[in-house]
Design a protein around this ligand. Structure first.
Ligand code: UGA
Length: 440
C-alpha cells in the first residue's frame, strides 16, 4: 500500500515512522522546507526518544517531501496529522486540516482513504467526507477516524506498543483496509488491541480519554491543596488510593497543573462543543478553572512567605511542560516567568533541553539561561521547580544550601522526599505536603 502522511509533528512523523517500521512505504509531506531538509538528513525536527534511530532503520521505506502533489497523487491511504490548535473562544481551529484537504481534493486521481489522526471535534469526519466528495473527478474519498494516544517523550513506544488502536469507520472497504494495515501491530511482540467502531464514537474516545486524564489531575491537585490545609501528605494519600485497582496509580501526581499541546486544548474544545449542543459538561469547566489556578500556585506560596519580591533573584528549574520533551506549549514556566518579570525579578533559568525553544517564546535581559543547576541556583534568593527532570530529582540537595543566598525552595513537582528534606537546613514548600522551615 502507498501511504502518505501530511504533517511531520509529533503525531504525523511518529505515525509515519511506525507504519514504515511495520513494512509500509510511507511518504511524509510537510509545507515547511526546513523540516523536510532535516528529515532527509536523518535529523528529527522534534526531540523524541528512539525516533531518529527508527528513521534510520527504516530509511528505505521512508520518503520526505514538500511536494504534496507527488505524495497525494497515487496514495492509497493519506493520514492527516496536522495541528488543530485552540481558537480564542476555546474551539478547535481546523485551518491546517482544511488546507491539507484542499490539496488532497486537487491532487488525488483515484479512490483514496483519508485517515484523520488529528484531534478534531466530534462530527468533523462526517463534514470532511461531504467536503471531499463534492468533486468533479468522479473519485470516492472514504474517511476514517483514527485518533492518536501517544504522549510526548514516549511517543514511539506509545505508538508501536499502543494501549489500543481506535478506528472509526462508516464503510466496509475502509474497515477491511485499516484492519489489514494494523494487523502487524495486533500480533507479537506488540499485541495491541484493535477496536473498530463508528466515526463519531472514535472521535469521542479521544476527547473523553484526554479530558478524563486532565480531570484526574485537577482532582488530585485540589485534594493536594486541601491536604496542605488539613495536615495530610498527598503522596501517602495517592499511594493509599492506588491499591484500589479501580483507581490505579497513574496520573495521580499532584503538581503545578497540566500543560502541553493536548489537555489544555482538548478540555476547552470539548467544553465548547458541549455548550454548543446545550449539554454543558460541568466537570470540564471545573477542570479548566482549577488548572488555570494551579499553574500559579507556587507564586501564591511565594507571596504568602515574602512580603515583597521586588529585586529578588529567582531560579527556575525546568521550563518544558514535562520532562523528556523540548516542548513548551502551555508550560507553567511561561505564565510564572511572565508574572515574575512584571514584579521586577531577575530570573535564572535551567532546563536540560528546553532553553532554545524557550528563547523563541520570549527573551528578556532579566533572564539568564544555564545548562547546569549549580550555576542556575548560585546566589539566588528563591528556587522554583517547574519540571521533574531526572537531573533535578537527582541533584544534591546540599548544593542548594551551599550555593543559594538562603535556600528557599518551592517545589511544584514534589521532586524530593519530605523525610530527606526535614533533615536539611532549608525552607522547602511543595505540593500537598507540609512546609519545612529549618532556617528561621
Ligand atoms: C497527552 C496524553 O497523555 C496522550 O495519551 C495523548 O495522546 C496526548 O495528550 C495527545 O492528545 O496528543 P502529553 O500531552 O504528551 O499526552 O503528556 P502527558 O504525559 O499526558 O502530560 C500532560 C500534562 O499533565 C503534563 O503537563 C504533566 O506534567 C501533567 N501531569 C501528568 C500531571 O500534572 N500529573 C500527572 O500525574 C500526570
Amino acid at each position: 500500500m502507498k501511504i502518505a502522511v501530511a504533517g511531520t509533528g509529533y503525531v504525523g512523523l511518529v505515525t509515519a515512522v511506525s507504519l514504515a517500521h511495520i513494512g509500509n512505504n510511507v511518504t511524509c509531506v510537510d509545507i515547511e522546507k526546513e523540516k523536510i531538509e532535516k528529515l532527509k538528513n536523518g535529523i528529527s525536527p522534534i526531540y523524541e526518544e528512539h525516533l531518529e534511530e527508527l528513521m534510520k532503520k527504516n530509511n528505505e521505506r521512508l520518503n520526505y517531501t514538500t511536494d504534496y502533489k507527488e505524495a497525494y497523487k497515487n496514495a492509497d491511504i493519506i493520514f492527516i496529522g496536522v495541528g488543530t490548535p485552540e481558537k480564542s473562544d476555546g474551539s478547535a481551529n481546523l485551518t491546517y486540516l482544511y488546507n491539507v484537504l484542499d490539496n488532497i481534493k486537487e491532487e488525488a486521481i483515484k479512490d483514496t482513504i483519508v485517515v484523520i489522526k488529528s484531534t478534531v471535534p466530534i462530527g468533523t469526519n462526517d463534514v470532511v467526507e461531504k467536503y471531499l466528495n463534492k468533486n468533479d473527478k468522479n473519485i470516492t474519498f472514504r474517511i476514517v477516524s483514527n485518533p492518536e494516544f501517544l504522549a510526548q517523550g514516549t511517543a514511539v513506544y506509545d505508538t508501536l506498543y499502543a494501549s489500543r488502536i481506535i478506528v472509526g469507520v462508516e464503510d466496509e472497504i475502509s474497515k477491511e483496509i485499516m484492519t489489514k494495515l494494523y494487523t502487524p501491530l495486533t500480533k507479537e511482540p506488540y499485541n495491541v488491541p484493535l477496536v473498530i467502531m463508528d466515526r463519531r464514537s472514535a472521535e469521542m474516545v479521544k476527547y473523553a480519554s484526554n479530558d478524563f486524564l486532565a480531570l484526574k489531575i485537577s482532582y488530585i491537585n485540589e485534594i493536594a491543596n486541601f491536604c496542605e490545609k488539613i495536615g495530610a501528605n498527598i503522596n501517602d494519600v495517592t499511594k493509599g488510593m492506588s491499591y484500589d485497582k479501580r483507581i490505579g496509580n497513574k496520573f495521580l501526581n499532584p503538581g503545578i497543573g497540566y500543560g502541553g499541546s493536548c489537555f489544555p486544548k482538548d478540555t476547552k474544545a470539548l467544553y465548547h462543543l458541549s455548550k454548543e449542543y446545550d449539554c454543558e459538561i460541568k466537570t470540564l469547566k471545573a477542570s479548566i478553572e482549577i488548572n488555570k489556578n494551579q499553574k500559579m500556585v507556587l507564586i501564591k506560596k511565594i507571596l504568602e512567605e515574602f512580603e515583597n519580591i521586588d529585586g529578588k533573584t529567582i531560579s527556575i528549574l525546568g521550563l518544558t511542560f514535562k520532562p523528556k520533551t523540548d516542548d513548551l506549549r502551555e508550560a507553567p514556566s511561561i505564565d510564572n516567568i511572565k508574572y515574575l518579570l512584571e514584579k521586577n525579578v531577575k530570573i535564572k533559568a535551567y532546563d536540560p533541553i528546553g532553553i532554545n525553544n524557550f528563547k523563541k517564546v520570549f527573551t528578556s535581559d532579566k533572564i539568564s539561561f544555564y545548562d547546569n543547576i549549580d550555576d542556575a541556583v548560585k546566589e539566588s534568593d528563591i528556587t522554583l521547580i517547574m519540571t521533574e527532570w531526572d537531573e533535578i530529582k537527582n541533584y544534591q540537595v546540599d548544593n542548594y544550601i551551599k550555593l543559594m543566598n538562603k535556600p528557599y525552595i518551592f517545589d511544584g513537582r514534589n521532586c524530593y522526599s519530605i523525610e530527606d528534606m526535614q533533615k536539611k537546613k532549608l525552607y522547602y514548600n511543595s505540593i500537598g505536603r507540609k512546609t519545612i522551615n529549618n532556617i528561621k
